[in-house]
Design a protein around this ligand. Structure first.
Ligand code: XIL
Length: 342
Protein backbone atom coordinates (compact mmCIF):
# COMPACT_ATOMS: atom_id res chain seq x y z
CA UNK A 1 0.00 0.00 0.00
CA UNK A 2 1.23 3.49 -0.86
CA UNK A 3 2.57 5.52 2.05
CA UNK A 4 1.07 8.89 2.95
CA UNK A 5 4.26 10.63 1.88
CA UNK A 6 4.37 8.90 -1.51
CA UNK A 7 0.75 9.93 -2.11
CA UNK A 8 1.57 13.49 -1.10
CA UNK A 9 4.62 13.45 -3.35
CA UNK A 10 2.49 12.48 -6.34
CA UNK A 11 0.74 15.85 -5.84
CA UNK A 12 4.02 17.72 -5.41
CA UNK A 13 3.74 17.87 -1.63
CA UNK A 14 5.19 16.08 1.39
CA UNK A 15 3.61 14.44 4.40
CA UNK A 16 5.17 14.42 7.83
CA UNK A 17 4.59 14.25 11.57
CA UNK A 18 5.66 15.68 14.88
CA UNK A 19 7.79 13.35 16.96
CA UNK A 20 8.50 13.86 20.64
CA UNK A 21 11.02 12.60 23.16
CA UNK A 22 9.30 14.24 26.12
CA UNK A 23 5.92 12.70 25.40
CA UNK A 24 7.28 9.18 24.91
CA UNK A 25 6.67 8.64 21.21
CA UNK A 26 10.37 8.73 20.34
CA UNK A 27 11.11 5.91 22.77
CA UNK A 28 8.49 3.59 21.30
CA UNK A 29 9.69 1.68 18.22
CA UNK A 30 6.09 1.06 17.15
CA UNK A 31 5.61 4.82 16.82
CA UNK A 32 8.95 5.57 15.21
CA UNK A 33 8.36 2.74 12.70
CA UNK A 34 5.04 4.26 11.63
CA UNK A 35 6.68 7.67 11.29
CA UNK A 36 9.70 6.38 9.35
CA UNK A 37 7.37 4.41 7.05
CA UNK A 38 4.63 6.98 6.36
CA UNK A 39 6.51 10.29 6.45
CA UNK A 40 8.87 12.35 4.34
CA UNK A 41 9.58 14.85 7.09
CA UNK A 42 9.42 15.28 10.86
CA UNK A 43 9.32 18.12 13.35
CA UNK A 44 10.29 17.96 17.04
CA UNK A 45 7.12 18.37 19.10
CA UNK A 46 8.81 20.25 21.96
CA UNK A 47 12.56 19.74 21.87
CA UNK A 48 13.47 22.95 19.99
CA UNK A 49 11.35 25.24 22.17
CA UNK A 50 13.00 27.69 24.57
CA UNK A 51 11.96 25.68 27.60
CA UNK A 52 14.09 22.79 26.45
CA UNK A 53 16.91 24.54 24.59
CA UNK A 54 17.49 27.42 27.06
CA UNK A 55 17.72 26.11 30.64
CA UNK A 56 19.48 29.37 31.67
CA UNK A 57 20.15 32.77 30.03
CA UNK A 58 23.71 31.72 29.23
CA UNK A 59 23.40 28.07 28.22
CA UNK A 60 21.87 25.95 25.47
CA UNK A 61 20.82 22.31 25.63
CA UNK A 62 20.52 20.55 22.28
CA UNK A 63 20.49 16.95 23.43
CA UNK A 64 16.84 16.36 22.55
CA UNK A 65 16.81 18.20 19.23
CA UNK A 66 20.09 16.54 18.19
CA UNK A 67 18.58 13.08 18.65
CA UNK A 68 15.53 13.94 16.58
CA UNK A 69 17.56 15.49 13.77
CA UNK A 70 19.83 12.42 13.75
CA UNK A 71 16.77 10.14 13.61
CA UNK A 72 15.50 12.07 10.61
CA UNK A 73 18.79 11.71 8.80
CA UNK A 74 19.06 8.01 9.60
CA UNK A 75 15.62 7.48 8.02
CA UNK A 76 15.97 9.94 5.12
CA UNK A 77 13.36 12.27 6.59
CA UNK A 78 13.60 16.02 6.15
CA UNK A 79 13.42 18.01 9.42
CA UNK A 80 11.48 21.20 10.20
CA UNK A 81 12.28 23.40 13.18
CA UNK A 82 9.58 24.34 15.70
CA UNK A 83 9.86 26.97 17.04
CA UNK A 84 12.41 29.78 17.40
CA UNK A 85 10.10 32.17 19.22
CA UNK A 86 6.86 31.14 20.89
CA UNK A 87 5.79 34.65 21.70
CA UNK A 88 3.61 33.68 24.60
CA UNK A 89 4.44 34.34 28.25
CA UNK A 90 3.46 30.80 29.21
CA UNK A 91 5.88 29.34 26.72
CA UNK A 92 9.11 30.97 27.70
CA UNK A 93 11.19 29.42 30.45
CA UNK A 94 10.50 31.08 33.80
CA UNK A 95 13.83 32.89 33.82
CA UNK A 96 12.75 35.06 30.86
CA UNK A 97 9.87 36.64 32.80
CA UNK A 98 12.13 37.67 35.67
CA UNK A 99 15.20 38.43 33.56
CA UNK A 100 16.99 41.70 34.30
CA UNK A 101 17.44 43.36 30.92
CA UNK A 102 19.75 45.93 32.52
CA UNK A 103 20.39 49.55 31.62
CA UNK A 104 19.56 49.23 27.90
CA UNK A 105 16.71 46.72 27.82
CA UNK A 106 16.04 47.04 24.08
CA UNK A 107 19.64 46.24 23.24
CA UNK A 108 19.82 43.32 25.63
CA UNK A 109 16.52 41.81 24.42
CA UNK A 110 17.64 42.16 20.80
CA UNK A 111 20.98 40.59 21.62
CA UNK A 112 19.30 37.64 23.28
CA UNK A 113 16.79 37.01 20.48
CA UNK A 114 19.47 37.34 17.82
CA UNK A 115 21.75 35.00 19.76
CA UNK A 116 18.99 32.42 20.19
CA UNK A 117 17.91 32.33 16.55
CA UNK A 118 21.45 32.46 15.20
CA UNK A 119 22.77 29.75 17.50
CA UNK A 120 20.04 27.29 16.48
CA UNK A 121 20.16 28.10 12.77
CA UNK A 122 23.94 27.81 12.64
CA UNK A 123 24.03 24.62 14.66
CA UNK A 124 21.74 22.76 12.28
CA UNK A 125 22.57 24.52 9.02
CA UNK A 126 20.96 22.79 6.06
CA UNK A 127 20.02 19.79 8.23
CA UNK A 128 16.84 21.76 9.05
CA UNK A 129 15.10 23.01 5.91
CA UNK A 130 12.56 25.37 7.43
CA UNK A 131 11.48 26.98 10.70
CA UNK A 132 8.37 28.09 12.46
CA UNK A 133 10.32 31.22 13.31
CA UNK A 134 7.46 32.76 15.28
CA UNK A 135 4.58 30.82 16.82
CA UNK A 136 1.20 32.19 17.96
CA UNK A 137 2.14 35.87 18.31
CA UNK A 138 -1.45 37.06 17.84
CA UNK A 139 -3.82 37.10 20.81
CA UNK A 140 -6.72 34.92 19.68
CA UNK A 141 -9.31 36.92 21.61
CA UNK A 142 -8.41 40.42 20.44
CA UNK A 143 -6.25 39.99 17.34
CA UNK A 144 -3.56 42.22 18.84
CA UNK A 145 0.03 41.11 19.29
CA UNK A 146 0.83 39.42 22.58
CA UNK A 147 3.03 41.20 25.09
CA UNK A 148 6.04 39.47 26.58
CA UNK A 149 9.14 40.44 28.53
CA UNK A 150 10.84 40.89 25.16
CA UNK A 151 8.17 43.13 23.64
CA UNK A 152 8.19 45.31 26.75
CA UNK A 153 11.98 45.56 26.61
CA UNK A 154 11.93 46.43 22.90
CA UNK A 155 8.97 48.81 23.04
CA UNK A 156 6.53 46.65 21.09
CA UNK A 157 6.03 43.20 19.63
CA UNK A 158 6.79 44.05 15.98
CA UNK A 159 10.50 44.72 16.52
CA UNK A 160 10.78 41.39 18.34
CA UNK A 161 9.10 39.37 15.59
CA UNK A 162 10.87 41.24 12.77
CA UNK A 163 14.23 40.66 14.39
CA UNK A 164 13.57 36.93 14.75
CA UNK A 165 12.81 36.63 11.02
CA UNK A 166 15.73 38.80 9.91
CA UNK A 167 18.13 36.83 12.12
CA UNK A 168 16.80 33.52 10.76
CA UNK A 169 17.17 34.66 7.14
CA UNK A 170 20.72 35.74 7.79
CA UNK A 171 21.78 32.63 9.69
CA UNK A 172 19.85 30.11 7.54
CA UNK A 173 19.47 31.65 4.07
CA UNK A 174 18.34 28.28 2.65
CA UNK A 175 15.45 27.85 5.08
CA UNK A 176 11.74 28.37 4.51
CA UNK A 177 10.65 30.88 7.18
CA UNK A 178 7.16 30.41 8.56
CA UNK A 179 4.78 32.34 10.79
CA UNK A 180 2.70 29.64 12.53
CA UNK A 181 -0.70 30.08 14.23
CA UNK A 182 -3.99 28.36 15.08
CA UNK A 183 -6.67 30.69 13.70
CA UNK A 184 -9.68 28.81 12.33
CA UNK A 185 -12.83 29.37 10.27
CA UNK A 186 -15.06 29.60 13.37
CA UNK A 187 -16.98 32.86 13.88
CA UNK A 188 -15.22 33.19 17.28
CA UNK A 189 -11.91 33.18 15.40
CA UNK A 190 -12.70 36.24 13.26
CA UNK A 191 -10.59 38.61 15.40
CA UNK A 192 -7.75 36.10 15.35
CA UNK A 193 -7.86 35.80 11.54
CA UNK A 194 -7.97 39.59 11.18
CA UNK A 195 -4.99 39.96 13.51
CA UNK A 196 -2.96 37.39 11.57
CA UNK A 197 -3.76 39.20 8.31
CA UNK A 198 -2.64 42.51 9.82
CA UNK A 199 0.58 40.89 10.99
CA UNK A 200 1.27 39.35 7.57
CA UNK A 201 0.52 42.69 5.84
CA UNK A 202 2.90 44.42 8.23
CA UNK A 203 5.65 41.90 7.44
CA UNK A 204 5.23 42.71 3.73
CA UNK A 205 5.20 46.45 4.30
CA UNK A 206 8.32 46.34 6.46
CA UNK A 207 10.16 43.96 4.16
CA UNK A 208 10.40 41.19 6.78
CA UNK A 209 11.51 37.86 5.26
CA UNK A 210 8.50 35.60 5.87
CA UNK A 211 7.82 32.91 3.25
CA UNK A 212 4.74 31.12 4.49
CA UNK A 213 1.85 30.92 6.91
CA UNK A 214 1.76 27.72 8.93
CA UNK A 215 -1.86 26.77 9.53
CA UNK A 216 -1.69 24.57 12.62
CA UNK A 217 -4.95 22.75 11.85
CA UNK A 218 -5.89 21.32 15.24
CA UNK A 219 -9.37 20.94 13.84
CA UNK A 220 -12.50 19.62 15.48
CA UNK A 221 -13.79 20.89 18.78
CA UNK A 222 -12.40 21.68 22.15
CA UNK A 223 -9.26 23.44 20.95
CA UNK A 224 -10.44 26.86 19.93
CA UNK A 225 -13.66 28.45 21.10
CA UNK A 226 -16.40 27.96 18.54
CA UNK A 227 -14.69 25.17 16.60
CA UNK A 228 -16.99 22.37 15.56
CA UNK A 229 -16.36 19.16 13.66
CA UNK A 230 -18.07 20.55 10.57
CA UNK A 231 -18.16 23.55 8.27
CA UNK A 232 -21.21 25.64 7.64
CA UNK A 233 -21.36 27.37 4.26
CA UNK A 234 -20.62 30.61 6.06
CA UNK A 235 -17.58 29.14 7.87
CA UNK A 236 -16.21 27.79 4.63
CA UNK A 237 -16.58 31.16 2.92
CA UNK A 238 -14.84 32.91 5.82
CA UNK A 239 -12.00 30.42 5.73
CA UNK A 240 -11.52 30.68 1.96
CA UNK A 241 -11.60 34.48 2.16
CA UNK A 242 -8.85 34.32 4.77
CA UNK A 243 -6.68 31.91 2.76
CA UNK A 244 -7.27 33.94 -0.41
CA UNK A 245 -5.96 37.07 1.31
CA UNK A 246 -2.92 35.24 2.66
CA UNK A 247 -2.00 33.69 -0.69
CA UNK A 248 -2.89 36.95 -2.46
CA UNK A 249 -0.11 38.63 -0.51
CA UNK A 250 2.28 36.05 -1.94
CA UNK A 251 2.63 33.73 1.05
CA UNK A 252 2.92 29.96 0.76
CA UNK A 253 0.83 27.75 3.07
CA UNK A 254 1.64 24.71 5.21
CA UNK A 255 -0.44 22.48 7.42
CA UNK A 256 1.90 22.21 10.39
CA UNK A 257 0.05 20.42 13.22
CA UNK A 258 -2.91 18.48 11.88
CA UNK A 259 -5.14 16.45 14.20
CA UNK A 260 -8.86 16.21 14.91
CA UNK A 261 -10.23 16.89 18.37
CA UNK A 262 -13.21 14.55 18.88
CA UNK A 263 -14.93 16.19 21.83
CA UNK A 264 -18.67 16.19 21.38
CA UNK A 265 -18.61 13.18 19.06
CA UNK A 266 -20.26 9.81 19.86
CA UNK A 267 -18.63 7.29 22.22
CA UNK A 268 -19.09 4.51 19.70
CA UNK A 269 -15.72 4.12 18.03
CA UNK A 270 -16.88 3.22 14.53
CA UNK A 271 -19.18 6.22 14.21
CA UNK A 272 -16.71 8.54 15.88
CA UNK A 273 -13.87 7.50 13.58
CA UNK A 274 -16.19 7.96 10.58
CA UNK A 275 -17.14 11.52 11.56
CA UNK A 276 -13.50 12.41 12.26
CA UNK A 277 -12.40 11.00 8.89
CA UNK A 278 -15.19 12.70 6.94
CA UNK A 279 -14.50 16.05 8.53
CA UNK A 280 -10.76 15.70 7.92
CA UNK A 281 -11.46 14.91 4.27
CA UNK A 282 -13.61 18.02 3.85
CA UNK A 283 -10.99 20.17 5.52
CA UNK A 284 -8.06 18.70 3.58
CA UNK A 285 -9.92 18.96 0.26
CA UNK A 286 -10.39 22.66 0.90
CA UNK A 287 -6.77 23.19 1.93
CA UNK A 288 -5.37 21.09 -0.91
CA UNK A 289 -7.35 23.14 -3.42
CA UNK A 290 -4.67 25.81 -2.82
CA UNK A 291 -1.60 25.18 -5.02
CA UNK A 292 0.31 27.33 -2.51
CA UNK A 293 -0.09 24.57 0.11
CA UNK A 294 3.13 22.56 0.45
CA UNK A 295 4.04 20.37 3.41
CA UNK A 296 1.29 18.69 5.43
CA UNK A 297 2.24 17.49 8.91
CA UNK A 298 0.25 15.57 11.52
CA UNK A 299 0.81 16.50 15.17
CA UNK A 300 1.71 12.89 15.99
CA UNK A 301 0.78 9.69 14.15
CA UNK A 302 -0.70 7.65 17.01
CA UNK A 303 -3.46 8.37 19.52
CA UNK A 304 -1.22 6.81 22.18
CA UNK A 305 1.08 9.84 22.36
CA UNK A 306 -1.23 12.57 21.12
CA UNK A 307 -1.17 15.86 23.03
CA UNK A 308 -4.99 15.79 22.63
CA UNK A 309 -5.14 13.26 25.49
CA UNK A 310 -4.02 16.03 27.83
CA UNK A 311 -6.43 18.64 26.48
CA UNK A 312 -9.94 19.26 27.75
CA UNK A 313 -11.53 15.83 28.26
CA UNK A 314 -14.29 14.26 26.23
CA UNK A 315 -17.68 14.26 27.93
CA UNK A 316 -17.51 10.44 28.33
CA UNK A 317 -13.88 10.52 29.50
CA UNK A 318 -12.77 8.12 26.73
CA UNK A 319 -9.37 8.59 25.08
CA UNK A 320 -9.30 10.89 22.05
CA UNK A 321 -9.02 9.43 18.57
CA UNK A 322 -7.65 12.35 16.56
CA UNK A 323 -4.57 10.82 14.90
CA UNK A 324 -4.19 8.65 11.78
CA UNK A 325 -3.23 5.56 13.85
CA UNK A 326 -4.90 4.27 17.02
CA UNK A 327 -3.20 3.64 20.36
CA UNK A 328 -2.25 0.12 19.17
CA UNK A 329 -0.70 1.51 15.98
CA UNK A 330 -3.46 0.31 13.66
CA UNK A 331 -4.39 2.63 10.79
CA UNK A 332 -7.81 4.28 11.19
CA UNK A 333 -10.34 5.74 8.75
CA UNK A 334 -8.57 9.07 9.32
CA UNK A 335 -5.46 7.63 7.72
CA UNK A 336 -7.52 6.57 4.68
CA UNK A 337 -9.12 10.01 4.51
CA UNK A 338 -5.71 11.70 4.37
CA UNK A 339 -4.56 9.22 1.72
CA UNK A 340 -7.68 9.83 -0.38
CA UNK A 341 -7.38 13.59 -0.05
CA UNK A 342 -3.83 13.49 -1.48
C1 XIL B 1 2.23 21.18 22.41
C2 XIL B 1 2.85 19.81 22.62
O1 XIL B 1 2.20 18.88 21.78
C3 XIL B 1 2.71 19.40 24.05
O2 XIL B 1 3.44 18.20 24.30
C4 XIL B 1 3.24 20.51 24.98
O3 XIL B 1 2.97 20.19 26.31
C5 XIL B 1 2.59 21.83 24.64
O4 XIL B 1 2.79 22.12 23.29
N1 XIL B 1 0.45 24.60 19.11
C6 XIL B 1 1.81 24.50 18.93
C7 XIL B 1 2.55 23.36 19.51
O5 XIL B 1 2.39 25.30 18.20
O6 XIL B 1 3.86 23.69 19.90
C8 XIL B 1 1.81 22.77 20.69
O7 XIL B 1 2.50 21.60 21.09
C9 XIL B 1 0.37 22.47 20.31
C10 XIL B 1 -0.34 23.74 19.92
Amino acid sequence: EATLNSLARAGGRRFGSAIGIRNGSFGDPRDTEVIAHECGLIVPENELKWQWTRPTPTSFDFRGADRIVAFGEAHHLAVRGHTLLWHHPGWFPDWVASYDFGASPAGEAARMIGEHVTTICRRYGTRIHGYDVVNEAVDAGTGTLRETAFSRAMGGAEPVLDLAFHSAREAAPHAQLVYNDYMSWAPDSAAHRAGVLRLLEGFKRRGVPVDALGVQSHIGSGNNPGDRPDFSTRDEAAWRAFLDEVTGMGYQLLITEFDVHDRGLPSDIASRDRIVADFARTYLDLMLSYPQLGDVLAWGMSDRYSWLQGRIAREDGLPKRGCPYDAEFRPKPLRAAIADAF
